[in-house]
Design a protein. Structure first.
Length: 174
């Protein structure tokens, strides 16, 4: 039997569904008996749909480590510190060998906003054990990271209810 090959997948682009697709992969992996860790680089510890649901799945752990959406003109230093802590947590968990799938949710947004250096993330990907699958999500993934990926999916926004002034819906966006 061939050894399992861990894949690197990137969900990027400006369309809706990047995190949702990664969470669907987490549910599928759970159903297959895999151990899943989700580290969220932007979202914090307030209550929202996926946080509550994923707590109920065996073998799935979610760690919201961010401080929330960054407002225009806001001091980035606390967000940068939180992103660095999340990256260090990811680094420790990748080295632990205890997971089958690690999702770095909104890590691309953290790189785009200057909270993380893409070279740090590339280094993390190079450290991954051969069996480990990793999914990275967020807008504007750097080319260097996409070049390292086995699969890159770009999410394109054809139409979105927010453009019509319809608010974000509980259970759909959060």
């Amino acid at each position: 039997m061939k050894p399992k090959t861990g894949l690197i997948l990137v969900n990027t682009g400006h369309g809706k569904g990047k995190t949702t697709a990664a969470l669907g992969a987490a549910v599928r992996a759970c159903g297959a008996g895999l151990k899943v860790l989700i580290i969220q680089f932007i979202k914090g510890k307030w209550r929202y749909g996926e946080l509550e649901a994923l707590k109920k799945l065996p073998g799935v752990e979610i760690r919201p480590m961010g401080l929330g959406l960054i407002k225009k003109g806001e001091d980035l230093a606390p967000h940068k510190e939180a992103a660095q802590k999340a990256l260090e947590s990811a680094r420790c968990e990748v080295r632990s060998g205890g997971w089958d799938l690690i999702i770095l949710d909104e890590v691309c947004n953290a790189m785009r906003r200057g909270l993380l250096d893409p070279l740090q993330v590339a280094d993390l990907l190079r450290q991954k054990p051969a069996h480990l699958h990793m999914i990275l999500t967020g807008r504007d993934c750097p080319d260097k990271i996409m070049d390292m990926a086995d699969t890159v999916t770009r999410f394109v926004n054809e139409k979105h209810h927010l453009a019509r002034g319809v608010e974000a819906q509980k259970g759909i966006e959060f």
